[in-house]
Design a protein around this ligand. Structure first.
Ligand code: HEM
Length: 376
């Protein structure tokens, strides 16, 4: 007992930020503020001048392994971590083992050469005009033929809509089209349930639950097939079966395409497949899943927050409408009745400065290999 408190005092003496309790670390504060977690972290950062260290698990050995956390929003620290010394701050083994069942060695869950190769392939593709065109095509079709009609019907019937749900469906359909060329149409009249979308959501939620528990506990639960681990493995089976069918079909189509020059596929999966023929189905599945995770919730959450902010700031809304009008007068002429015929095209959106302002990724997490003193 005495030696624990000697250790506890030693470890917490230099920590700033929220109160750290014996054994429980800063978890009580986190639990108390779980419905305003980002606000709570922002309050802590403000109180500590932009950076603090805390302990989320005040247990000897565990604390050193994964309990001590540095939280920062200081631009100099961010530059140090994400740019100058990027190799020193990988995802790390804890993160990788939590996400491995869902994301495999995909771009979000890999470091070193595996990450670099996928990053280069993706970065190369993201600068191509054809990918941008594909992205605009998938999105515009969904907005024009499904998103706007649903809003129109709700308006005519004077019924409320769950905008966040609609946006989640919109970005899910869009990212599936872009990633593997198949639109699951979760955004359509009646808002149908979709097995793949549900399984993907369940798998993500169950994976995130692993973060709450110490590694040995969730691994034991996985081994014993208990709780959310059961849901995770069932959902993953569903997701894998769905994607495996997509990949098998696409491989055949690409083969036929080479033989008789038929239909061209411009989705990300086909682009990865065309780079090298021998990727395993499992690797390609993980490439697809990583892109779905990357592009779905990020975009829908950004859009939901965007509209929420607009509702609360009518002056900004007015400025944004004015900015859109300035662009549309140049690109579509001054007959405003035709402006709503088609959603905005990529080049039009590209000219809107306000679109670059919203960034809704509140937290990013990195581990570290060794201690490096930041320059400056
Ligand atoms: C508003 C929407 C988005 C936000 C806020 C956002 C935010 C981010 C952030 C913060 C990261 C860095 C993650 C890390 O440090 O590991 C990231 C990485 C990434 N994002 Fe996005 N993202 C958005 C949309 C998209 C979309 C639509 C796609 C794909 C079509 C995408 C693809 C990726 C990929 C592939 C990476 C991994 C890059 C790497 O590790 O090298 N993102 N995104």
């Amino acid at each position: 007992m005495i030696s624990y408190f000697v250790w506890f005092n030693f470890i917490t003496r230099s920590l700033k930020g929220p109160r750290v309790w014996p054994l429980l670390g800063s978890l009580p504060g986190l639990i108390e503020n779980c419905d305003r977690m980002h606000d709570w972290i922002t309050d802590n950062l403000r109180m500590c001048g932009g950076t603090y260290q805390t302990c989320i698990c005040a247990v000897p050995f565990l604390a050193q392994k994964q309990g001590l956390v540095t939280v920062t929003c200081d631009p100099k620290n961010l530059e140090h971590i994400l740019k100058n010394w990027f190799e020193n701050y990988p995802n790390g083994p804890t993160w990788q083992s939590v996400f491995h069942d869902l994301l495999g060695e995909g771009i979000f869950n890999s470091d070193g050469d595996t990450w670099l190769f996928q990053r280069k392939t993706a970065a190369l593709e993201f600068t191509t005009r054809t990918l941008r065109q594909a992205m605009a095509r998938w999105l515009n079709q969904t907005i024009k033929f499904r998103f706007c009609p649903i809003l129109k019907t709700a308006q005519l019937e004077a019924k409320p809509v769950d905008l966040h749900d609609l946006l989640l469906r919109l970005t899910f359909d869009n990212i599936c089209g872009l990633t593997f060329g198949r639109d699951p149409q979760t955004l359509s009249a009646g808002l149908p349930d979709n097995g793949f979308a549900i399984a993907f959501d369940r798998a993500t939620e169950a994976t995130l639950q692993r973060f709450i528990l110490p590694e040995v506990v969730w691994k034991l639960k996985k081994w014993l097939r208990l709780g959310m681990e059961v849901s995770l493995s069932q959902s993953l089976e569903h997701v894998e079966e769905y994607l495996s069918n997509v990949i098998k079909t696409r491989k055949l189509e690409l083969l036929n395409q080479q033989e008789n020059g038929s239909l061209q596929h411009d989705d990300l999966l086909s682009r990865f497949m065309k780079k090298k023929e021998s990727y395993s189905n499992s690797f390609l599945q993980h490439v697809a899943l990583n892109f779905i995770l990357a592009g779905r919730d990020t975009s829908s959450v950004a859009l939901s927050w965007f509209f929420w902010l607009l509702i609360h700031n009518p002056k900004v809304e007015e400025k944004i409408v004015r900015e859109i009008c300035t662009v549309l007068i140049e690109t579509r002429g001054d007959d405003t009745t035709k402006w709503n015929d088609e959603p905005l095209m990529f080049d039009e959106v590209d000219r809107l400065i306000f679109c670059r302002m919203v960034h809704s990724c509140p937290q990013d997490r990195r581990s570290h290999i060794r201690y490096i003193q930041r320059a400056g």
